[in-house]
Design a protein around this ligand. Structure first.
Ligand code: PDD
Length: 264
Protein backbone atom coordinates (compact mmCIF):
# COMPACT_ATOMS: atom_id res chain seq x y z
CA UNK A 1 0.00 0.00 0.00
CA UNK A 2 1.18 3.49 -0.78
CA UNK A 3 1.66 5.67 2.31
CA UNK A 4 -0.54 8.31 0.67
CA UNK A 5 -3.40 5.96 -0.07
CA UNK A 6 -6.51 7.78 1.17
CA UNK A 7 -7.78 4.63 2.83
CA UNK A 8 -4.69 4.63 5.00
CA UNK A 9 -4.76 8.35 5.84
CA UNK A 10 -8.51 9.13 5.97
CA UNK A 11 -10.35 5.74 6.06
CA UNK A 12 -11.60 7.00 2.70
CA UNK A 13 -12.69 3.65 1.33
CA UNK A 14 -15.10 0.74 1.56
CA UNK A 15 -14.85 -3.03 1.82
CA UNK A 16 -16.72 -6.30 1.51
CA UNK A 17 -16.23 -9.73 3.06
CA UNK A 18 -17.69 -12.67 1.18
CA UNK A 19 -17.77 -16.25 2.43
CA UNK A 20 -16.27 -19.02 0.31
CA UNK A 21 -18.12 -22.30 0.69
CA UNK A 22 -17.04 -25.38 -1.28
CA UNK A 23 -14.91 -23.18 -3.49
CA UNK A 24 -17.78 -20.82 -4.40
CA UNK A 25 -18.40 -17.21 -3.37
CA UNK A 26 -21.60 -17.12 -1.33
CA UNK A 27 -24.10 -14.43 -2.43
CA UNK A 28 -21.52 -12.72 -4.65
CA UNK A 29 -24.15 -10.70 -6.55
CA UNK A 30 -25.54 -9.15 -3.39
CA UNK A 31 -22.06 -8.36 -2.04
CA UNK A 32 -21.09 -6.64 -5.28
CA UNK A 33 -24.41 -4.75 -5.30
CA UNK A 34 -23.65 -3.48 -1.79
CA UNK A 35 -20.06 -2.61 -2.75
CA UNK A 36 -21.39 -0.51 -5.63
CA UNK A 37 -23.88 1.19 -3.33
CA UNK A 38 -21.20 2.02 -0.72
CA UNK A 39 -18.97 3.46 -3.47
CA UNK A 40 -21.84 5.53 -4.91
CA UNK A 41 -22.64 6.99 -1.48
CA UNK A 42 -19.01 8.15 -1.15
CA UNK A 43 -18.69 9.21 -4.81
CA UNK A 44 -15.85 6.76 -5.46
CA UNK A 45 -15.72 5.09 -8.89
CA UNK A 46 -15.71 1.29 -9.30
CA UNK A 47 -12.03 0.39 -9.77
CA UNK A 48 -12.97 -1.79 -12.76
CA UNK A 49 -16.21 -3.03 -14.27
CA UNK A 50 -18.18 -5.61 -12.40
CA UNK A 51 -17.42 -8.50 -14.70
CA UNK A 52 -13.68 -7.88 -14.40
CA UNK A 53 -13.92 -7.54 -10.61
CA UNK A 54 -15.84 -10.80 -10.39
CA UNK A 55 -13.07 -12.44 -12.43
CA UNK A 56 -10.39 -11.02 -10.10
CA UNK A 57 -12.22 -12.39 -7.05
CA UNK A 58 -12.41 -15.86 -8.61
CA UNK A 59 -8.73 -15.76 -9.61
CA UNK A 60 -7.61 -14.75 -6.10
CA UNK A 61 -9.69 -17.58 -4.60
CA UNK A 62 -8.34 -20.07 -7.16
CA UNK A 63 -4.67 -19.06 -6.86
CA UNK A 64 -4.83 -19.26 -3.07
CA UNK A 65 -6.59 -22.66 -3.36
CA UNK A 66 -9.36 -21.64 -0.95
CA UNK A 67 -12.27 -24.12 -0.60
CA UNK A 68 -13.63 -22.75 2.70
CA UNK A 69 -12.86 -19.30 3.98
CA UNK A 70 -13.38 -15.73 2.93
CA UNK A 71 -12.46 -13.19 0.33
CA UNK A 72 -11.79 -9.59 1.41
CA UNK A 73 -12.00 -6.72 -1.06
CA UNK A 74 -11.24 -3.09 -0.35
CA UNK A 75 -11.61 -0.07 -2.59
CA UNK A 76 -10.19 3.31 -1.58
CA UNK A 77 -10.39 6.67 -3.32
CA UNK A 78 -6.79 6.15 -4.40
CA UNK A 79 -3.35 7.66 -3.93
CA UNK A 80 -2.89 11.41 -3.78
CA UNK A 81 -0.89 13.96 -1.80
CA UNK A 82 -2.54 14.32 1.62
CA UNK A 83 -5.33 16.93 1.44
CA UNK A 84 -8.87 16.55 2.77
CA UNK A 85 -10.98 17.28 -0.36
CA UNK A 86 -11.26 14.62 -3.08
CA UNK A 87 -8.22 14.62 -5.43
CA UNK A 88 -8.71 16.83 -8.47
CA UNK A 89 -8.32 15.66 -11.13
CA UNK A 90 -9.73 12.33 -10.00
CA UNK A 91 -7.27 9.44 -9.44
CA UNK A 92 -7.70 5.73 -10.08
CA UNK A 93 -9.36 4.06 -7.05
CA UNK A 94 -7.13 1.45 -5.36
CA UNK A 95 -8.36 -2.14 -5.15
CA UNK A 96 -7.05 -4.84 -2.82
CA UNK A 97 -8.38 -8.40 -2.88
CA UNK A 98 -7.22 -11.16 -0.55
CA UNK A 99 -8.53 -14.64 0.20
CA UNK A 100 -7.85 -16.87 3.16
CA UNK A 101 -8.73 -20.40 4.15
CA UNK A 102 -10.65 -21.10 7.35
CA UNK A 103 -11.14 -24.60 8.77
CA UNK A 104 -14.93 -25.18 8.49
CA UNK A 105 -14.81 -27.31 11.65
CA UNK A 106 -14.03 -24.14 13.63
CA UNK A 107 -17.39 -22.53 12.81
CA UNK A 108 -19.25 -25.79 13.47
CA UNK A 109 -17.63 -26.08 16.91
CA UNK A 110 -18.39 -22.45 17.74
CA UNK A 111 -22.02 -22.88 16.69
CA UNK A 112 -22.40 -25.97 18.87
CA UNK A 113 -21.23 -24.02 21.91
CA UNK A 114 -22.67 -20.61 21.07
CA UNK A 115 -20.96 -17.28 21.76
CA UNK A 116 -21.01 -14.73 24.57
CA UNK A 117 -21.70 -11.07 23.82
CA UNK A 118 -21.13 -7.93 25.83
CA UNK A 119 -22.77 -4.55 25.28
CA UNK A 120 -21.10 -1.19 24.59
CA UNK A 121 -22.33 2.29 23.62
CA UNK A 122 -22.79 2.74 19.87
CA UNK A 123 -20.65 5.81 19.33
CA UNK A 124 -20.20 5.47 15.56
CA UNK A 125 -21.12 8.11 12.95
CA UNK A 126 -24.60 8.31 11.42
CA UNK A 127 -23.87 6.53 8.12
CA UNK A 128 -23.03 3.04 9.32
CA UNK A 129 -25.19 1.76 6.45
CA UNK A 130 -22.10 2.42 4.29
CA UNK A 131 -19.53 -0.35 4.68
CA UNK A 132 -16.49 1.92 5.15
CA UNK A 133 -13.08 0.84 6.41
CA UNK A 134 -13.48 3.36 9.28
CA UNK A 135 -14.00 0.72 11.97
CA UNK A 136 -12.25 2.13 15.04
CA UNK A 137 -15.36 2.19 17.29
CA UNK A 138 -16.09 -1.41 16.21
CA UNK A 139 -12.50 -2.41 16.99
CA UNK A 140 -12.61 -0.84 20.47
CA UNK A 141 -15.96 -2.45 21.32
CA UNK A 142 -14.74 -5.83 20.13
CA UNK A 143 -11.50 -5.55 22.11
CA UNK A 144 -13.52 -4.67 25.21
CA UNK A 145 -15.68 -7.79 24.60
CA UNK A 146 -12.59 -9.95 24.19
CA UNK A 147 -11.08 -8.64 27.44
CA UNK A 148 -14.33 -9.70 29.15
CA UNK A 149 -14.09 -13.20 27.65
CA UNK A 150 -16.82 -12.62 25.03
CA UNK A 151 -16.68 -13.12 21.26
CA UNK A 152 -18.82 -10.18 20.08
CA UNK A 153 -19.98 -6.76 21.30
CA UNK A 154 -23.54 -5.55 20.77
CA UNK A 155 -23.70 -1.80 20.25
CA UNK A 156 -26.39 0.12 22.10
CA UNK A 157 -27.93 3.46 21.02
CA UNK A 158 -28.88 6.39 23.27
CA UNK A 159 -32.37 4.89 23.84
CA UNK A 160 -30.91 1.66 25.23
CA UNK A 161 -31.71 -0.31 22.06
CA UNK A 162 -29.29 -2.69 20.39
CA UNK A 163 -28.27 -1.52 16.92
CA UNK A 164 -26.02 -4.38 15.77
CA UNK A 165 -22.81 -6.21 16.61
CA UNK A 166 -19.29 -4.87 15.98
CA UNK A 167 -19.19 -7.00 12.80
CA UNK A 168 -22.55 -8.80 12.80
CA UNK A 169 -26.28 -8.10 12.83
CA UNK A 170 -28.10 -8.82 16.12
CA UNK A 171 -31.27 -10.92 16.56
CA UNK A 172 -33.44 -12.20 19.39
CA UNK A 173 -36.29 -14.73 19.43
CA UNK A 174 -39.30 -14.44 21.72
CA UNK A 175 -42.42 -16.64 21.62
CA UNK A 176 -41.54 -17.85 18.12
CA UNK A 177 -41.06 -14.35 16.65
CA UNK A 178 -37.68 -13.33 15.24
CA UNK A 179 -36.81 -9.76 16.13
CA UNK A 180 -34.12 -7.62 14.50
CA UNK A 181 -33.71 -3.88 14.03
CA UNK A 182 -35.04 -2.47 10.76
CA UNK A 183 -32.27 -1.82 8.24
CA UNK A 184 -32.24 1.97 8.08
CA UNK A 185 -29.12 4.11 8.42
CA UNK A 186 -28.56 2.87 11.98
CA UNK A 187 -27.14 -0.50 10.92
CA UNK A 188 -25.38 -2.18 8.04
CA UNK A 189 -27.91 -4.06 5.91
CA UNK A 190 -26.16 -7.43 6.25
CA UNK A 191 -26.36 -9.80 3.31
CA UNK A 192 -26.74 -12.71 5.73
CA UNK A 193 -29.52 -10.78 7.47
CA UNK A 194 -31.33 -10.35 4.13
CA UNK A 195 -31.01 -14.07 3.34
CA UNK A 196 -32.27 -14.99 6.83
CA UNK A 197 -35.31 -12.71 6.30
CA UNK A 198 -36.05 -14.72 3.13
CA UNK A 199 -35.50 -18.01 4.98
CA UNK A 200 -38.03 -16.96 7.62
CA UNK A 201 -40.65 -16.23 4.96
CA UNK A 202 -40.01 -19.60 3.29
CA UNK A 203 -40.16 -21.45 6.62
CA UNK A 204 -43.33 -19.67 7.72
CA UNK A 205 -41.62 -18.02 10.72
CA UNK A 206 -42.68 -14.63 12.10
CA UNK A 207 -40.42 -11.60 11.60
CA UNK A 208 -40.59 -8.37 13.62
CA UNK A 209 -38.31 -5.64 12.28
CA UNK A 210 -38.07 -3.23 15.20
CA UNK A 211 -35.63 -2.01 17.83
CA UNK A 212 -35.16 -4.13 20.96
CA UNK A 213 -33.55 -3.13 24.23
CA UNK A 214 -30.75 -4.87 26.11
CA UNK A 215 -33.28 -5.66 28.85
CA UNK A 216 -35.63 -7.33 26.36
CA UNK A 217 -32.72 -9.26 24.84
CA UNK A 218 -31.71 -10.63 28.24
CA UNK A 219 -35.23 -12.08 28.62
CA UNK A 220 -35.31 -13.59 25.10
CA UNK A 221 -35.81 -17.32 24.45
CA UNK A 222 -32.90 -17.38 22.02
CA UNK A 223 -30.48 -14.92 20.44
CA UNK A 224 -28.05 -14.99 17.54
CA UNK A 225 -25.87 -12.94 15.22
CA UNK A 226 -25.49 -13.07 11.45
CA UNK A 227 -22.57 -12.24 9.15
CA UNK A 228 -20.72 -13.63 6.17
CA UNK A 229 -18.12 -15.13 8.48
CA UNK A 230 -20.36 -16.28 11.37
CA UNK A 231 -23.39 -17.27 9.21
CA UNK A 232 -26.09 -17.84 11.87
CA UNK A 233 -24.29 -17.99 15.21
CA UNK A 234 -26.14 -18.68 18.49
CA UNK A 235 -25.64 -16.20 21.36
CA UNK A 236 -25.80 -17.94 24.73
CA UNK A 237 -25.09 -15.03 27.07
CA UNK A 238 -25.40 -11.24 27.15
CA UNK A 239 -23.20 -9.35 29.65
CA UNK A 240 -22.73 -12.62 31.53
CA UNK A 241 -26.45 -13.40 31.76
CA UNK A 242 -27.43 -16.75 30.22
CA UNK A 243 -29.92 -16.78 27.34
CA UNK A 244 -32.13 -19.85 26.81
CA UNK A 245 -30.39 -21.76 29.58
CA UNK A 246 -26.94 -20.93 28.18
CA UNK A 247 -27.25 -23.32 25.22
CA UNK A 248 -28.02 -22.79 21.52
CA UNK A 249 -31.77 -23.05 21.02
CA UNK A 250 -33.78 -25.09 18.49
CA UNK A 251 -34.88 -22.24 16.21
CA UNK A 252 -31.35 -20.91 15.77
CA UNK A 253 -30.11 -24.40 14.90
CA UNK A 254 -32.90 -24.80 12.36
CA UNK A 255 -32.09 -21.43 10.78
CA UNK A 256 -28.40 -22.23 10.49
CA UNK A 257 -29.26 -25.39 8.57
CA UNK A 258 -31.86 -23.65 6.39
CA UNK A 259 -29.44 -20.82 5.50
CA UNK A 260 -27.30 -23.06 3.27
CA UNK A 261 -30.30 -24.17 1.26
CA UNK A 262 -31.28 -20.54 0.53
CA UNK A 263 -28.00 -18.71 -0.05
CA UNK A 264 -26.60 -18.66 -3.58
N1 PDD B 1 -18.81 -7.62 8.81
N2 PDD B 1 -22.83 -5.27 10.74
C1 PDD B 1 -21.54 -4.88 10.67
C2 PDD B 1 -21.11 -3.66 11.42
C3 PDD B 1 -20.63 -5.63 9.90
O1 PDD B 1 -19.35 -5.23 9.83
C4 PDD B 1 -21.08 -6.81 9.23
C5 PDD B 1 -20.14 -7.64 8.39
C6 PDD B 1 -22.43 -7.17 9.34
C7 PDD B 1 -23.00 -8.38 8.66
O2 PDD B 1 -23.05 -8.20 7.27
P1 PDD B 1 -22.96 -9.45 6.26
O3 PDD B 1 -24.03 -10.41 6.65
O4 PDD B 1 -23.17 -8.86 4.93
O5 PDD B 1 -21.58 -10.05 6.43
C8 PDD B 1 -23.27 -6.36 10.10
C9 PDD B 1 -17.79 -8.35 8.08
C10 PDD B 1 -18.01 -9.82 8.06
C11 PDD B 1 -16.44 -7.94 8.65
O6 PDD B 1 -16.28 -6.76 8.95
O7 PDD B 1 -15.55 -8.78 8.78
Amino acid sequence: MHVEDRGYQFSDGVYEVCEIHQGRLVDETRHLDRLERSLRELKIRMPMDRKALSHVLREVVRRNRVRHGLVYMQVTRGVSRRDHPFPSPEVQPALVVTAKSIDPAKGVKMAEKGIAVTTAPDNRWERVDIKTVGLLPNVLARQDAQEKGAQEAWLVDADGNVTEGSSTNAWIIKDGALITRHADRGILRGITRTVVVEVLAAEGLRLEERPFSVEEAKKADEAFVTSATKIVMPVVSIDGQAIGGGRPGPLVKRLRGAFRRHSE
